[in-house]
Ligand binder design. Structure first.
Ligand code: AMP
Length: 284
């Protein structure tokens, strides 16, 4: 396993593999690795000759400086986890060389409507930051495959749009959400939860499951049913001690509001418990 911070060096190594006809799967992360990340890496290993994992806490995608400052860093631990699963390259760039023009001067990538709803509405600029970092990472690594989690469902759609917009020849693969035993979606931020917050947090998944069952139980669900379910779920989350930002029943392909049950649906939640913001979703 090679560990490289220098951009040019990483680029040369990946180019060498490509020149030798060896394929590359890429898993971008912000570190503090958990089993969800490792499931992505497992998939990556099954697809290509080399797996590249990046660890980079991208300042551009944080709309809240405190969130950035608090973001957990566990680099030594991450490195030993990655050595155990035996990836080819861990790429850990420094922000100063990744954005040599200075973070405030970066020309960010805008991808339209999909970036301004749901997460985009609550975290202004977040997806422009995500698209910008991923485009630069793709340029350095030049992967054949890039693996992302359904946990960040909207992010996955944004990445697919990015690839389409710039006609990048990269296969984007989405992987199911990896959960704790009680249903809480694994997340690097979970380590900030207090014991009692951690216990309560599984309620998000229970609510998602219950909305999913409710939709399935209605013969022909329509707009009013979806609105009722969104409202009652928000109330349930508040009663359980959360501050919900949104509960949204949306069409899978567009993330536009669900109209009926003919199209595949996804239920998305963002809610705070104490100071920790959690997101989760479930397909219907
Ligand atoms: P992050 O380090 O949070 O930026 O996440 C890196 C990648 O791991 C993203 O593609 C996430 O969607 C994915 N990921 C994060 N949590 C999970 C999870 N619980 N299950 C599956 N993938 C995840």
């Amino acid at each position: 396993m090679q560990v490289i911070s220098d951009i040019k060096e990483a680029q040369i190594l990946c180019q060498k593999w490509q020149d030798e006809g060896e394929s590359i799967s890429f898993v971008p992360t912000m570190g503090c690795l958990h089993d969800g990340h490792l499931s992505l890496i497992d998939k990556a290993k099954s697809l290509a000759d080399h797996v590249v994992v990046s660890i980079f806490v991208n300042p551009l995608q944080f709309d809240d400086i405190n969130d950035l400052l608090k973001y957990p860093g566990t680099l030594e631990d991450d490195r030993s986890k990655l050595a155990e699963v035996d990836v080819s390259l861990v790429f850990i760039p420094h922000a100063s060389s990744f954005y040599p023009e200075g973070e405030d001067n970066v020309e960010q990538i805008e991808l339209g409507e999909i970036t301004s709803i749901l997460e985009g509405a609550h975290r202004p600029g977040h997806f422009a930051g995500v698209a910008t970092v991923v485009k630069r990472l793709f340029k350095i690594i030049q992967p054949n495959f890039a693996i992302f989690g359904d946990k960040d469902f909207q992010q996955l759609m944004v990445i697919k749009q990015l690839v389409k917009k710039f006609s990048l020849d990269i296969n984007i693969i989405g992987m199911p959400i990896f959960r704790e035993n009680d249903g809480l979606a694994m997340s690097s931020r979970n380590i900030h939860l207090s014991k009692s917050e951690r216990k309560k947090s599984a309620e998000i998944y229970r609510q998602l499951e219950s909305v999913k069952s409710a939709i399935k139980a209605i013969a022909h669900p329509g707009l009013a049913d979806f609105a009722d379910l969104e409202q009652s779920t928000s109330k349930n989350l508040i009663a359980a001690g959360f501050t919900p930002e949104y509960v949204a029943i949306r069409q899978v392909d567009t993330l536009l509001p669900a109209k009926n049950h003919d199209s595949a649906l996804v239920i998305l939640v963002a809610a705070k418990i104490g100071k920790i913001r959690l997101i989760d979703n479930i397909l219907v």
